[in-house]
Design a protein around this ligand. Structure first.
Ligand code: NDP
Length: 342
């Protein structure tokens, strides 16, 4: 405890000195990423009185842009993913956030203010950084996958299970996610087949045991999807390879759910922030604070479990509240902020 208190005093002292001198190269709050986590963080930060910039990164809008109808975002009955993102952006901008089409290329979190550099050649000092860079679902890379993504192929059973009512669907993957996806789907689908490429599922024993209570779910080992076939509008069949015999078969399929892992966009922070063994940013207890005070993370870049737009948005809200509280504690007063308000 004493060490903790000493550390925070040592951290605070240089900061208080630094913010007394106005430096117009400072962006007080910077949010990286313009998906639900980033845009909601920006909304809360700017409404909290902090001049806030959002750097969109390469995939503006995040994974919502790749989905079609969103029906599970509280308060909105049905909306296209892209439209939901645009509304979030409009709302944040209306309150004064600035959304910039640029991507961060490097960060220096070893000094304060933190330094960020961007693709467009900017180098800025930052008082508080909120990382909401998201994650990308891994893809199989087989023929038909790009064509039918969103038309029978999905990476989110919680989002899309209703569209597969009484259908025959497949899940690829042998981890905990594959089991969860299959369990969600079984409430709607006629049958769910989990395709596992190896000789066993790597999912936790307890998760595998749960499958016993789901008669509609069948697990098929040693099987790889080699091609996804459709009628031009939606998936109709899968070509499967039996890894033991080398034989290929064609099976009728209404849908295919990919649960082969995600890649969190956190490579930029390796060596500067604590990451999990799977590369997700570690947040402290119930907060969005990372291992570096003043740096926060929100959404799929720190959450390997829920991966829902509404959860990401809520994490963005928490990150902005955490960042605001920290900045106030660090002496970033109204007087200081006034200098950065246009
Ligand atoms: P994992 O990395 O644990 O599993 C990915 C699975 O996909 C593996 O079975 C892997 O096969 C398979 N796979 C990878 N590439 C391919 C491919 N090209 N073709 C076919 N199969 C492939 O990812 P998860 O998303 O399942 O889990 C990520 C983390 O989140 C884990 O730590 C997990 O425990 C956690 N989690 C926990 C949950 C819970 O506690 N309820 C729910 C969901 C996730 P192979 O095994 O052969 O490598």
């Amino acid at each position: 405890m004493i060490i903790k208190i000493l550390c925070s005093i040592v951290c605070v002292l240089p900061l208080l000195g630094a913010i007394e001198d106005y430096d117009d190269n400072v962006w007080p709050v910077v949010v990286l990423g313009a998906g639900p986590a980033g845009l909601n963080a920006a909304l809360y930060a700017v409404r909290g009185g902090f001049p806030t910039k959002v750097l969109t990164g390469p995939l503006k809008g995040g994974q919502l842009m790749g989905t079609t109808a969103v029906e599970n975002y509280a308060g909105v009955k049905k909306i296209q993913g892209g439209e939901l993102t645009s509304i979030m952006e409009e709302q944040a901008v209306e309150f004064g956030a600035e959304v910039i089409d640029d991507a961060v290329t490097s960060v220096d979190l070893g000094q304060w203010p933190f330094i960020i550099r961007t693709e467009n050649g900017l180098e800025k000092k930052v008082f508080a950084l909120i990382i909401a860079t998201g994650a990308t679902p891994k893809m199989l890379g087989v023929p038909g996958e790009e064509t039918y993504f969103g038309s029978g192929i999905s990476t989110c059973a919680k989002c899309d299970c209703r569209f597969f009512t009484k259908k025959d669907v497949f899940v690829v993957g042998g981890g905990d996610s594959a089991i969860e996806e299959a369990m969600h789907l079984s409430a709607y689908a006629n049958s769910v087949t989990v395709l596992v490429r190896g000789e066993r599922m790597r999912a936790a024993h307890l998760m595998k045991e749960k499958l016993i209570g789901y008669p509609k779910i069948r697990v098929q080992l040693h099987t790889q999807v080699t091609q996804i076939i459709g009628n031009g509008k939606k998936v109709t069949h899968l070509e499967l390879l039996d890894a033991l015999t080398g034989r290929k078969t064609m099976v009728k399929a209404d849908g295919l759910f990919l649960a082969i892992g995600h890649k969190p966009h956190a490579d930029l922070f390796k060596g500067q922030l604590e990451l999990t063994e799977h590369g997700y940013i570690v947040c402290k207890e119930r907060s969005q604070e990372t291992s570096v005070p003043g740096v926060y993370a929100a959404g799929d870049v720190e959450d390997p479990y829920y991966r829902q737009a509404i959860v990401a948005a809520a994490a963005g809200c928490k990150a902005a509240i955490d960042a605001g509280a920290w900045l106030r504690k660090m002496g970033v007063t109204e007087d200081v902020l006034d200098k950065y308000r246009k």
